[in-house]
Design a protein around this ligand. Structure first.
Ligand SMILES: Cc1cc2nc3c(=O)[nH]c(=O)nc-3n(C[C@H](O)[C@H](O)[C@H](O)COP(=O)(O)OP(=O)(O)OC[C@H]3O[C@@H](n4cnc5c(N)ncnc54)[C@H](O)[C@@H]3O)c2cc1C
Length: 323
C-alpha cells in the first residue's frame, strides 16, 4: 500500500500543479475593476495558498518516496546479498527505520495531497469564473480527475483511520517515548533560539496533545464503564476493547488528527530543508502562517466536539434523521 499511496501523492501533485498554473496564467490576464484579477486580495490569497500547499505536497512526497525506496532496496539487499554479520545488523536497523518512517508518512501524503488536489482544482475553476465551468478551458477536467484521488487506493477516511490507530497504538506501546517527545516539543516550542524552530515545535506539541487527549478520553470512558461491572470482571474488561464503541471518539476525529499530524510533519521537513538551504525559508514561513491556525482549529474540534453526535449514534437516532 505504501507504493500506491506515494503514487497517488504524485498524481495529486501533478493535477494540483496544473490547476495552479492555469489559474495563475488566467488571473494574470483577466481584468476586473481596473486591474488584473491576480491583484485582487482574495484571488492573490487563493493563489498563494495553492502554491504553498503544492510545495508542501512535493516536500512530503519526496520524503515519503525516499523512505519507501530505501525500505524496499534494503529489504531486497538483505534477502539476496551475502553481507558480514555486523553490516547485516546495520542494514536491518536502517531498513526498520525507513519502513517506520514510510508507514508514518505515506498515509499523511495520500490523505493530504488528494484532499488538497480537489480543493486546488476547485479553486482553479473558481478563479476562471464561468470560463472554468465550461469544457473549453480544461480546468473542470482537472477537478473531475482530482475527485478520484481521495477515493481510490484507500479512501481518505481509511487513511485517517490508519493514521489514528498507528499514532494511538504507538503511544500506548511506548508511553515513555511518547511523553519524552511531548516534553521535547514543549521545551523547544518555548526555548529554541530560532523563532521558526519554536513554531515548528509548537505544531508538534499540538499534535502530541491531540493524541494524548484522545487516549485520555478512551481510558476515561473505559474506566467509567467499569462502574457497571463487578470488580472481579475489571481486569478482563480492561483487556477486551470493543473498537466500535471504545474508539468512537478517536474514529470521529481521525481526519482532524491526520490534519494536525500532517501540519507538524510538513513543518519539520521544511525546517530541515531550511537549515540546509536558507533559500527555502520563505516556504516554511508561508506554511507556518497557514498551518498554525489550522492546527489550533483542528485541536479545538478534537477537544470540544463529538459527545453529542456519538450519543446520538449510540441511541440509533441517526436512522431517523441527522444525528
Ligand atoms: C477510477 C477508479 C479506479 C479504481 N481502480 C481500482 C483497482 O484498480 N483495483 C481495485 O481493487 N479497486 C479499484 N477501485 C475501487 C476503489 O478502490 C474503491 O472505490 C474504494 O476503495 C472505495 O470503496 P467503495 O467504492 O466500495 O466505497 P465504500 O467502501 O462503500 O466507501 C464509501 C464512503 O464511506 C467511507 N467509509 C467506508 N468505511 C468507513 C469507515 N469505517 N469509517 C469512515 N468512513 C468510511 C469511505 O471513506 C467513502 O467515503 C477504483 C475506483 C475508481 C473510482
Amino acid at each position: 500500500m505504501n507504493n500506491a499511496r506515494v503514487a497517488v501523492g504524485f498524481e495529486s501533485l501533478g493535477v494540483a500543479e496544473a490547476a495552479w498554473r492555469a489559474a495563475r496564467a488566467y488571473a494574470a490576464q483577466r481584468h476586473s475593476m481596473g486591474k488584473t484579477i491576480d491583484q485582487h486580495e482574495m484571488i492573490a490569497d487563493m493563489l498563494a495558498g495553492m502554491q504553498t500547499d503544492i510545495q508542501a505536497i512535493r516536500a512530503l512526497g519526496i520524503q515519503a518516496a525516499w523512505h519507501e525506496e530505501l525500505n524496499q532496496k534494503l529489504r531486497l539487499a538483505l534477502a539476496h546479498l551475502d553481507v558480514p554479520a555486523e553490516e547485516r545488523q546495520r542494514m536491518e536497523r536502517d531498513q526498520a527505520f525507513h519502513a517506520r518512517r514510510s508507514r508514518h508518512l505515506t498515509p499523511l501524503l495520500k490523505w493530504y495531497s488528494s484532499e488538497r488536489a480537489v480543493d486546488i482544482a476547485r479553486q482553479s475553476v473558481q478563479i476562471h469564473g464561468g470560463a472554468g465551468y465550461i469544457k473549453e478551458t480544461g480546468v473542470e477536467k482537472l477537478l473531475r480527475d482530482a475527485m478520484v484521488f481521495p477515493i481510490y487506493e484507500g479512501t481518505s477516511q481509511i487513511q485517517a483511520l490508519m493514521v489514528m490507530k498507528d499514532n494511538l497504538m504507538a503511544a500506548v506501546r511506548d508511553p515513555q517515548r511518547f511523553l519524552r517527545a511531548t516534553a521535547q516539543a514543549r521545551w523547544k516550542s518555548l526555548s529554541a533560539r530560532d523563532p521558526l524552530e519554536r513554531q515548528v515545535a509548537g505544531l508538534r506539541l499540538v499534535a502530541q496533545q491531540s493524541v494524548r487527549f484522545l487516549l485520555t478520553r478512551l481510558a476515561a470512558s473505559k474506566l467509567a464503564d467499569l462502574r457497571h461491572h463487578k470488580a472481579g470482571d475489571w481486569s478482563k474488561l480492561m483487556r477486551a476493547w470493543d473498537p466500535k464503541r471504545d474508539f468512537a471518539l478517536a474514529m470521529l476525529h481521525a481526519e482532524h488528527l491526520t490534519s494536525v499530524l500532517t501540519d507538524a510533519a510538513v513543518a519539520e521537513i521544511l525546517w530541515e530543508q531550511t537549515r540546509a538551504d536558507t533559500g527555502r525559508t520563505q516556504i516554511l514561513v508561508r506554511w507556518l502562517e497557514r498551518a498554525r491556525p489550522r492546527s489550533r482549529y483542528m485541536h479545538d474540534l478534537i477537544t470540544t466536539t463529538g459527545p453529542r453526535l456519538l450519543a446520538s449514534l449510540a441511541s440509533g437516532a441517526s436512522h431517523q434523521g441527522t444525528p
